[in-house]
Design a protein around this ligand. Structure first.
Ligand SMILES: Nc1ncnc2c1ncn2[C@@H]1O[C@H](COP(=O)(O)OP(=O)(O)OP(=O)(O)O)[C@@H](O)[C@H]1O
Ligand SMILES: [Mg+2]
Length: 286
């Protein structure tokens, strides 16, 4: 198993009490597969992925559980060991790209650093070609020009593409992508998704993919975990989930899937009836 999360609990403490953002979450991701986590805003998707990366900040606390990466419990690792893992085995594309690019270095410099680390035998010229290629693969216009730009000069979508290029250049065993394509236009989004699927096919990369978009789930997922208010309400293969959703919340989500012919494409799952307490139903974990 590439990744196994058992009974993960990540809570936020404040004067108003405890927010159980991730409340006893378990799932596993097989080698070479894509697991999608889907659920509405605030359901705990990002906090789950940040917990895996060891990047939960105060007032957030991991209160319990185990996170095994290829059999090794990440929650038992020191910060130094975790940093090593983040550099080599796991790469993450964050929901908010600006926070993870260094504003004081050019795009090209930052990509070059990543490639230097992962392909130390390449010379400067070869690395330059790799950087340009990586930028072109994610659909960056005028890649050689962008090489010398600082992150703040790029649009949000372009910054996100730099992040994606950087994560992929690491050739990680596990790629965690948190809403990686939300800020991108539809054509670029399709291109980036295809690129991730190619990485999976050709390098056997395992992917943990977080999204609101059920169309994206259908395109990417082998397995799907549905989160609601910090809890996994349903876990099933993508095929099962779409053909035979069991939990009322999943059914509600699928009810909000855009139908062909509908001009406006919905990417946010906003139509779920908020007056229903879906936690009162039994979980359907297959
Ligand atoms: N820094 C923080 N301090 C306090 N509470 C937080 C913090 N970050 C997240 N939370 C809370 O944790 C819960 C889960 O948030 P999370 O960001 O994981 O949701 P999400 O499913 O990723 O939502 P979205 O789809 O909007 O990205 C929410 O109730 C949120 O308010
Ligand atoms: Mg999020």
């Amino acid at each position: 198993m590439m990744l196994e999360v058992n009974h993960l609990k990540t809570y936020f403490y404040s004067e108003n009490g405890i927010n159980k953002a991730v409340n006893d979450v378990s799932f596993s991701l097989k080698e070479g597969e894509t697991l999608c986590i889907v659920g509405e805003s605030g359901s705990g998707k990002s906090i789950t992925s940040l917990s895996i990366m060891g990047l939960v900040d105060k007032p957030g606390v991991i209160e319990g559980g185990e996170i095994f990466l290829e059999g090794v419990n990440l929650l038992k690792m020191s910060e130094k060991e975790l940093r090593g893992i983040r550099g080599s085995h796991v790469a993450m594309i964050f929901q908010e790209p600006m926070t993870s690019l260094n504003p004081t270095y050019t795009v090209g410099f930052q990509l070059d650093e990543v490639i230097k680390l992962h392909q130390p035998t390449l010379n400067k010229q070869e690395r330059y070609s790799k950087v340009i290629e990586a930028l072109e693969l994610v659909g960056m216009p005028n890649a050689p020009e962008k090489y010398n730009e600082y992150p703040f000069k790029l649009s949000g979508g372009q910054r996100q593409r730099v992040m994606i290029a950087m994560a992929m250049a690491c050739e990680p065993k596990l790629l965690i992508a948190d809403e990686p394509t939300t800020a991108l236009d539809v054509t670029i989004q399709a291109q980036v998704l295809e690129l991730m699927n190619k990485l999976k096919r050709e390098k056997g990369t395992s992917i943990l993919f977080i999204t609101h978009d059920l169309g994206v789930v259908a395109q990417m997922a082998d397995h799907v975990v549905v989160m609601y208010k910090g809890v996994v309400v349903e876990s099933a293969s993508a095929k099962e989930l779409f053909s035979d959703p069991r939990h009322p919340y999943t059914k509600a989500l699928l009810g909000s899937i855009p139908t062909p012919g509908h001009a406006k494409r919905k990417s946010r799952l906003e139509t779920v009836d908020e007056s229903v307490n879906y936690l009162s139903f039994p979980k359907e974990i297959r």
